[in-house]
Ligand binder design. Structure first.
Ligand code: PEP
Ligand code: MG
Length: 567
């Protein structure tokens, strides 16, 4: 068995088609007629643009508009005068077109691949794709035609460029294995969009296999088998059937309401990090946004975003959601989220320090800019404001006073907004949980942040591997806390949601049902799974399970009992 990165879920069993890299070596020679060489180079660029535009169109038709953006990105990069300009300059200096393309692309690849940011590193891979395509055109090398592979094929390649992937006929390719690429690489994105199981970054796989070998691709676990024995094949045939059945069952939940087995309706929202993610929430059938982490607006730039920049971003998400609720969490920085230009001091205990609402209330200019942006966006849909890291009533009162101040300002400026905009609080600290009854009198809604609630209840740093064994929302202390928060919200008549990861945990869901949670906010890809789990339990069954679980005193026993019940 070979291990790689699980990039697209599912099981594929088939016969290998090994894609051998074409030889793109060339002899670098000095050019005297630089004008003729530039004409050859520019003709290659034009051909590249035409081919890329055609591929973008193919992808748009066969896969989707979002995936076509990859090829459109290539077009934009080559249209940028810097890259082609540098190449032309090198040809003017007597280099051949192949050498100019290689030198300039390699320079950009080197620059982008050193960057911290995933998106920037992805640029390096885009430029590598452009380089290969241009060299193929200049050297007259024909691309491998993947569109002709036989049904039941597992593609094995060093790397699958988007241009190769765009030719894939979904019905014929049952699996993909490559030697490079990660979960966010373009081949991974395209494989997921095509629903083809894929395992990437399997070291040396192109040397290990040959054409027509049998391969099993387990894209859920990241496992690859080459020429497995009959027993392994039988095991994976069953696994494949189970996967297909489960997927088909999940699809039945698309477009349905989220209801328990005994007909109680709850809300199933999504957690997002950028306005573009709102589209994903809609595609995945989310019923609203339960947590819009607004930090990205502040982390994406080298300076504070202006009120207008923020307003536009919030408005985009709100308009995408078309009247469904969008809960925007105000700036939650500090702790593990640093924003360099704010110049925050290094602290001994950053998770217990000057962060989130504490920072915002001490920097009301920054906070009011954000609140005004959010309030203005409320004119375009159903917006709610959510305050992170609340520990006492004073904080909620202070935020509400600032919200009123902003509303009055906007009113006098003649700007429209939803005058009834709600202000709720995240309940994610031990303090907030203990005074949930008091907070419920101040807040319009609660959302339980179990990621932090677990950290602060268990006194365990959520990022420290040495104490990770204690970091579990199934610890009796955390479960009691969750139950208490929901009960306080229910008693006060305000809606209670949960936006921590626990809201999507199939083992946690029946407990949350029993405690009376009104709204579950999950990663968009987990919407249908959560809806399916919720549909399987009645309140009476969930209550019986919760009663049993709350009588157990260790996390191990609790998880074991929940697993048993989930069977
Ligand atoms: C949480 O703490 O549960 C939460 C949803 O917020 P974050 O993970 O952004 O801290
Ligand atoms: Mg949190």
């Amino acid at each position: 068995m070979y291990k790689g990165i699980e990039a697209s879920r599912g099981i594929g069993i088939g016969s290998i088609c090994l894609i051998v890299e074409r030889d793109l070596s060339f002899e670098s020679k000095h050019i005297d007629d630089t004008e003729a060489e530039k004409a050859r180079f520019n003709a290659a660029i034009e051909k590249f643009k035409a081919e890329t535009a055609e591929m973008a169109e193919n992808i748009r038709k066969n896969i989707g508009p979002k995936e076509a953006e990859i090829m459109e990105g290539h077009l934009a990069m080559i249209a940028d005068p810097t890259m082609a300009g540098e190449m032309n300059k090198m040809i003017d200096a007597g280099q051949c077109a192949e050498a100019a393309v290689t030198a300039v692309c390699d320079m950009f690849i080197g620059m982008f691949s050193k960057m911290e940011d995933d998106m920037m590193r992805q640029r390096a891979s885009d430029i590598s794709d452009i380089k290969i395509s241009l060299l193929k055109i200049l050297l007259g090398v024909e691309d491998v035609d993947i569109s002709k592979v036989a049904p039941g094929t597992v593609l094995v390649a060093h790397d699958l460029t988007p241009s190769m992937t765009s030719q894939i006929v979904k019905e014929n390719v049952v699996g993909i294995i490559t030697e490079v690429g990660g979960k966010t690489s373009h081949s991974a994105i395209l494989a997921r969009a095509l629903e083809i199981p894929a395992v990437l970054s399997v070291p040396g796989i192109t040397e290990i296999v040959k054409d027509k070998d049998t391969a099993i691709v387990d894209g859920t676990e990241g496992d690859v088998y080459i020429n497995p024995d009959g027993e392994v094949v039988s095991k994976y045939v069953i696994k494949r059937e189970e996967f297909i059945r489960a997927q088909a069952e999940l699809k039945n939940f698309f477009g349905k309401e989220t209801v328990t087995a005994d007909g109680n309706k709850v809300e199933l929202f999504c957690n997002i990090g950028t306005p573009k993610d709102a589209k994903k929430a809609i595609e995945c059938d989310g019923e609203g946004i339960g947590l819009f982490r607004s930090e990205f607006l502040f982390m994406d730039k080298p300076h504070l975003p202006t009120e207008d920049e923020q307003f536009e971003a919030y408005k985009e998400a709100v308009e995408t959601m078309g009247g469904r609720t969008v809960i925007i969490r105000t700036l939650d920085i500090g702790g593990d989220k640093d924003i360099p230009y704010l110049g925050l001091e290094k602290e001994e205990n950053p998770f217990l320090g000057y962060r989130a609402v504490r920072y915002c209330l001490a920097n009301t200019d920054i906070y009011k800019t954000q609140l005004r942006g959010i309030i203005r966006a409320s004119a375009f849909g159903k917006v709610k404001i959510m305050v992170p890291l609340v520990t006492c009533v004073d904080e909620v009162r202070a935020v509400k006073a600032l919200v009123e101040e902003c509303k009055n300002e906007l009113k006098s400026e003649g700007v429209s907004f939803d005058d009834k905009i709600e202000v709720g609080c995240m309940v994610e600290t031990a303090a907030a949980s203990l005074i949930a009854d008091m907070l419920a009198k101040e807040a319009d809604f609660f959302s339980i942040g179990t990621n932090d609630l677990t950290q602060y209840t268990m006194s365990v740093d959520r990022g420290n591997a040495n104490v990770a064994y204690l970091y579990s929302a199934f610890q009796p202390a955390v479960l009691r806390s969750i139950k208490n928060i929901i009960a306080a919200g229910n008693a006060a008549g305000i809606p209670v949601g949960m936006c921590g990861e626990a809201a999507a945990d199939p083992l946690m869901i029946p407990l949350l049902m029993s405690f009376g949670l009104d709204e579950y906010s999950v990663n968009p890809v987990l919407v249908l799974t959560a809806r399916s789990i919720i549909s399987k339990w009645t309140k009476a069954e969930a209550d019986a399970l919760a009663e049993k679980v709350l009588s157990l005193s260790t996390e191990k026993e609790i998880v074991a009992a929940l697993k048993e019940a989930a069977k």
